[in-house]
Design a protein. Structure first.
Length: 490
């Protein structure tokens, strides 16, 4: 949800003009707009902090988990309120104009200043929540000692805030800022130094080349942002390396993601070897038994083996292009008819609708990729024991493999405080994933239903992409032909 919120907040900056023009609201003077914007965020920070403090006192007095959940929900609601406030400030109050009066339209600097109050407000929410989370960690300390788990040094309040900002915010903020900065750089400097005008035929390949380079190098940056180190030599690393080799997946390294024991998760970053890494958090390695760690790692390997990251990118680009094409076909005649349909607000509404539909499609595809990665993991874990302590791949999904993956999902959900039936945009619910895993038991590994479903999904995406590319190329050709015909005759 945080990632969607960031995307929406950047959209608000670019849609402010049509929305403000349609509402007929004049922006405030720059100084007044800045003061009103900062005052609104300050009030929101104060309200969230007071409510969290109230629930912290209830936790101290009663020890009830309901107060812990209420504090977490307060911070979550504060983040959503901050998004709404940011949109109001940019589209109505004139926050964008106030910032650019101070900084000028410097590449990337003005956008960073615009988004800064939102990020600071989110960070303040985590600052308020930290005492409640610390009480929970202290309450679990004895249980960790009883189970012989490693004990991490106490995390400072600043450390707690920084960890959440690095994981939840910087993951998307850094690539978005880099892409935006590159786009602005090409738009402003390419005409001066390369003679390439914005919107020309050479500008688009230049933009795409920058996007490809940025995404290729992004894993190296995320390694630093997320505080990672290589997993040391030993049985665990040998086991995970063998898993990757057996599944035909090459990775640049297997990384320990140091979160001070705050997060139990795994991830894969990077599209291509050698800039592709599998990350496992310290809490995951310390909490889960080796077989469940292998299950989480196999899930991440499944994303690589099935090329889910690439297909998600193709899905996003195809969806945005197809929706934009449809919107243009519908919007142009409406705008030509005049009246309310010619309003800039209609243009803004189309843009918002495109993003919302695209996010819905991305969620639909992403959840099925998660189910396929789960299925890949249980196939990798399904083994048949042979004489002499050897084993081989099982032709069907074994109950033990499905149970291991289900247990790993339960452990991740419990560590994250996520109810099993809680629906999330990218992953769905843990309960649904566990139910689908149970349905795989006994099925041939070469004929799993989710593999067929994803194959049809990829075929559909490919066909839509071909139609969109052909349509755009055809329209471009017609426009060029019309311009030639309408041009001056000798």
């Amino acid at each position: 949800m945080i990632h969607l919120s960031l995307i929406f907040c950047f959209m608000a900056v670019f849609l402010r003009e049509p929305i403000a023009a349609s509402l007929g609201v004049a922006p405030l003077e720059p100084l007044h707009a800045a003061l009103a914007t900062l005052a609104g965020f300050a009030v929101l920070v104060l309200v969230v902090d007071l409510r969290v403090r109230m629930f912290a006192r209830i936790v101290d007095a009663t020890g009830t988990w309901a107060a812990v959940y209420a504090a977490e929900n307060t911070v979550r609601q504060g983040r959503l309120a901050a998004v709404a406030l940011h949109v109001f400030n940019t589209t109505v109050l004139g926050w964008v104009e106030a910032v650019r009066t101070l900084t000028g339209d410097v590449i990337l600097l003005d956008e960073l200043v615009m988004i800064a109050p939102l990020i600071v407000t989110w960070a303040a929410g985590w600052w308020s929540l930290e005492p409640v989370e610390r009480r929970v960690r202290e309450a679990a300390l004895i249980r960790s000692l009883d189970h012989g788990r490693p004990i991490h040094p106490p995390v400072t309040r600043w450390g707690f805030v920084l960890t959440n900002v690095r994981y939840h915010v910087l993951l998307l903020l850094i690539p978005m800022c880099l892409l935006l900065g590159w786009a602005e750089t090409v738009e402003r400097l390419a005409p001066r130094y390369l003679g390439i005008q914005a919107g020309s035929g050479w500008a688009i390949p230049l933009q795409l080349a920058g996007v490809v380079i940025l995404f290729a190098l992004m894993p190296m940056g995320l390694r630093l942002v997320w505080d990672t180190v290589p997993i040391g030599p030993g049985k665990l690393r040998e086991s995970l390396t063998e898993l990757c080799r057996r599944c035909g997946v090459r990775v640049g390294d297997l990384l320990l993601w140091r979160t001070h024991g705050l997060m139990l998760n795994g991830a894969v970053i990077g599209l291509f070897w050698p800039l592709r890494y599998i990350l496992l958090t310290d809490a995951l390695l310390e909490t889960l038994p080796p077989e469940q760690v292998r299950a989480v790692a196999a899930h991440e390997v499944g994303h690589v083996r099935r090329r889910h990251l690439i297909w998600l990118g193709v899905t996003m680009v195809t969806t945005l292009m197809s929706l934009s094409l449809i919107a243009a076909i519908v919007q142009v005649p409406l705008a030509a008819s005049g009246g309310v349909f010619a309003s800039p607000l209609v243009e803004a509404a189309f843009a918002i609708a495109i993003i919302l539909v695209a996010m819905t499609v991305m969620g639909f595809v992403s959840r099925r990729f998660e189910w396929q990665a789960d299925a890949f993991a249980v196939v990798a874990l399904s083994r048949v024991e042979l004489e002499g302590g050897q084993s081989r791949s099982s032709p069907v999904v074994t109950p033990e493999a499905a149970a291991t993956m289900q247990a790993a999902l339960s452990a991740v959900a419990a560590a994250s405080g996520l109810p099993l039936r809680k629906f999330t945009w990218r992953h769905g619910s843990i309960w649904t994933r566990q139910r689908k895993l149970a349905g795989l038991v006994g099925r041939p590994v070469s004929r799993l239903p989710i593999d067929r479903e994803v194959s049809w999904l990829k075929l559909t995406i490919s066909l839509v992409a071909l139609v969109v590319v052909a349509s755009v190329a055809g329209l471009y050709g017609l426009l060029q032909l019309a311009a030639f015909v309408a041009g001056p005759q000798p």
